[in-house]
Design a protein around this ligand. Structure first.
Ligand code: HEM
Length: 428
């Protein structure tokens, strides 16, 4: 069994591939991209669908068929880099994360075959329909509580702080089995992971995030040890039971590392999905009224959000050996950014892709959850959680609307995720 640390702290970036179209202006950190990645990528997808971004030092792949090809050829395109920092870390940050007890291992999205398949057979069982059923009353009740608190504090409110951030955080913590008393601390530790692995944090921010990651890892280890002695009805207990029954097949360190990784995977993208949903629904009053009148339309409407304004618009791979994508030669070691958002707006797949249409028949053909062996394990979970949250929101806050003056929302520049950091809402 070959193990790899959860985050690679240093890497050598190979030179640009010789015959790939070069792009000296594209960067996911540019103002244009952060403001509107779809408009930024659209001409590129049509003219040079596979190109090298000099700023990113990665090959960018924009067309659906090429992205699917990469996702479904894991021997050629490794996912080992999906949790790594995009840019080199400062020496102080490397020092923090070199603590001898900071030793989570790659387990899911960044683990390679055959180990990934071995581990996924256990984690998959934990994402059962039964577990969703067990969680439903919690999601519904927590949604009501958060709305009660927003209403009590009065209109206007920041929907991110009041609802979209705490609901998915608390839900995934209950799913894992963390005690409620630790929620605030856990959210504080996990909040900045987006910037660490996918953004461009300053050296000071890196050190701060690294310290939080270290604290959180230590917490996960203590928590796992406590759980092992007192199993309950939660995901961590299921994994520990699997480990006890098959200690050679699912190691204790792997159990700890799965718990460590899930808190981000299960939290941030759902927060952004809730925020992006309101960004799509609220300015279109007819859509909001339709959802209130017929909540059965909510799953289809959410699927259109996941296509049109996805919380995850980019993901990474690295070439395991010399190969090609869309006819462009790709040498071994090339870092690749898959522009999922560009493919979700491809006009030969989605008619009039820039139109938001909750009745679109093929929204579900989006690529936001990936494809192939690493297909998002939490896709059903995310869809279910967002559905329950929206049902409660349309019922409780039919007059919900965006406050005026939010034409330019703040977003964290990064290569993978998309959504505002705050969203001010009002109601009657
Ligand atoms: C709208 C919300 C979400 C989006 C857009 C999303 C998207 C993704 C994507 C693109 C991948 C990588 C696929 C690949 O590398 O081939 C992934 C993997 C994963 N996601 Fe999600 N995700 C979401 C929510 C969740 C939730 C709620 C959880 C858990 C509670 C979760 C757990 C995972 C895990 C464990 C993996 C790794 C699977 C593997 O490697 O086998 N995700 N997700």
């Amino acid at each position: 069994m070959s193990t790899r640390s959860y985050h690679k702290l240093e890497e050598t970036i190979p030179p640009p591939p010789g015959r790939c179209p070069m792009d000296s202006t594209f960067s996911p950190f540019s103002e244009e991209y952060v403001a509107d990645p779809y408009a930024d990528l659209e001409p590129r997808r049509e003219q040079t669908p596979v190109f090298y971004s000099e700023a990113l030092q990665m090959v960018v792949v924009t067309r659906m068929d090429d992205i699917v090809d990469v996702f479904t050829n894991p021997d050629t395109f490794s996912s080992e880099n999906v949790q790594d920092p995009v840019f080199p870390l400062s020496p102080e940050t490397v020092d923090v994360l070199s603590a001898p007890d900071f030793n989570p291992v790659a387990v899911m999205s960044n683990r390679q075959e055959p180990d990934h398949k071995r581990i996924r057979q256990y984690t998959k069982r934990g994402f059962s329909n039964r577990r969703m059923k067990v969680l439903e009353p919690y999601i519904r009740q927590r949604s009501h509580e958060l709305i009660d608190a927003m209403i009590a504090a009065g209109s206007p409110a920041d929907f991110a702080a009041g609802f979209a951030a705490p609901l998915p955080g608390d839900t995934v913590f209950r799913f894992i089995g963390f005690p409620e008393k630790d929620d605030d601390q856990l959210r504080a530790w996990c909040g900045d992971r987006l910037a660490f692995s996918w953004g461009k944090p300053s050296p000071e921010e890196q050190v701060d995030i690294a310290n939080k990651m270290l604290s959180y890892w230590r917490y996960c280890r203590e928590f796992t040890a406590g759980k092992a002695a007192d199993l309950g009805d939660d995901f961590a207990s299921e994994l520990l039971t699997d480990h006890n029954e098959n200690p050679e097949d699912l190691s204790y360190r792997e159990v700890e590392s799965i718990i460590y990784g899930l808190s981000f995977a299960g939290h941030e993208p759902v927060t952004l999905l809730l925020l992006n949903s309101l960004l799509c629904f609220l300015p279109r009053r007819d859509v909001w009224a339709e959802l209130e009148a017929d909540p059965e339309l909510i799953p289809g409407a959410l699927e259109e959000v996941i296509r049109y304004e996805s919380p995850q618009i980019g993901w990474r791979r690295i070439a395991n050996h010399d190969t090609s994508i869309g006819g462009v030669d790709i040498p071994k070691g090339t870092r690749i950014m898959l522009a999922l958002g560009a493919a979700n707006h491809q006009p030969d797949i989605f008619e009039e892709p820039t139109v938001f249409d909750i009745h679109r028949p093929n929204s579900r053909n989006n690529i936001s959850f990936g494809k192939g062996i690493h297909y998002c394990l939490g896709a059903k979970f995310a869809r279910f959680e967002a559905k329950v949250a929206m049902e409660v929101l349309v019922q409780r806050m039919p007059s919900l609307r965006m406050a005026a003056g939010q034409e330019e929302l703040e977003r964290i520049a990064n290569i993978s995720f998309r959504g505002p950091t705050s969203l001010i809402v009002e109601w009657d």
